[in-house]
Write a protein of this length. Sequence first.
Length: 346
Amino acid sequence: MNLSEFFEKYPDEASCVEAFKNKRLELGVVCAKCGCTEHYFRKTDYKFECKKCHSRKSLRAGTVMEQTNLPFRYWLICIELMTISKKSFSALEMQRMLGHKRYEPIWYMMHKIRRVMSKRDEKYQIKNSIEFDEGFFERVDNKEDIVHTNDVERKYKRGRGSERQAKVLVMVESEPSIAAPKKGKPDRKVGHLKMRVMEDLTAESINAEVKKFVDPKSAILTDGYLGYNKLKEVIAKHTVIIEPNKKKAAKLFPWVNRTISNAKRMLNGVHHNSINAKYVQNYLDEFCYKFNRRYFGDKLSDRLMIAAMESTWYLYRIVIKSIAFTMPPAKNWSVNMRAKVASQPT
């Protein structure tokens, strides 16, 4: 739906609460105490009450909104805006649109939604014919990570392998097109996309990611990079094409090059290449989620809403733990709750 239809459908907080309640009932609410699936809904405190044992569960419990006090309307608007555009929104721009006083809660909210996107995509493997390549994305280090020598900031290496760039393994399904391609269009049909931030691009690291996210019966097409030499150990077919001419190489690997370029343009245009190294994966997950569902149209926001209802807050322990010392924790978190997050395995 467009924005005018959205605000007509959800004019106030009560309509958003009703939408989340209906969606939770549609997915099914199960009592954690007795396993009963029949509940009353208490409008006074937004809780489900079990008809059998009368234990109560918050409308936010077991969802991405658990342990937050942001209005339901904020979450619904944020989900709609993040899916309505092919690009993205910065947290500062989202804060302005929502009219919220503080930046940090909006930043948290958007990253939790991005983690929902990531968890949803991790359920699926890519398969059949796949193009592989490595991308290098500009990032910003924490001040404490920047090394100074004699009070002079260290000069980083430039170009491929620079310390200021995040190494990303890019995998995209690409089947030969049956119909004749249009003028200027690739002769291959694109499928699903995955991008994984890597500590290094050694053969062992690449094989570990391939085992998790690629069907072993697939056929992989790569360039002559040495890190791909052991792919045959984990995959059915591996074809290497070495083409020094960049224009010819772009035609041989059309979609992996395009997706890298589009992702870089998105990050540069919206976030101005000022993303901390810890969160590059979250932004790439958002890009991949929307790319993989590019034909969903108006249904995309509803699908993301369902994913947000099915994902509990502690799935984001990686994000929360990584920002524990760079941003203040949410005010309503108890000491015990923060300890629970820290104890979760990563």
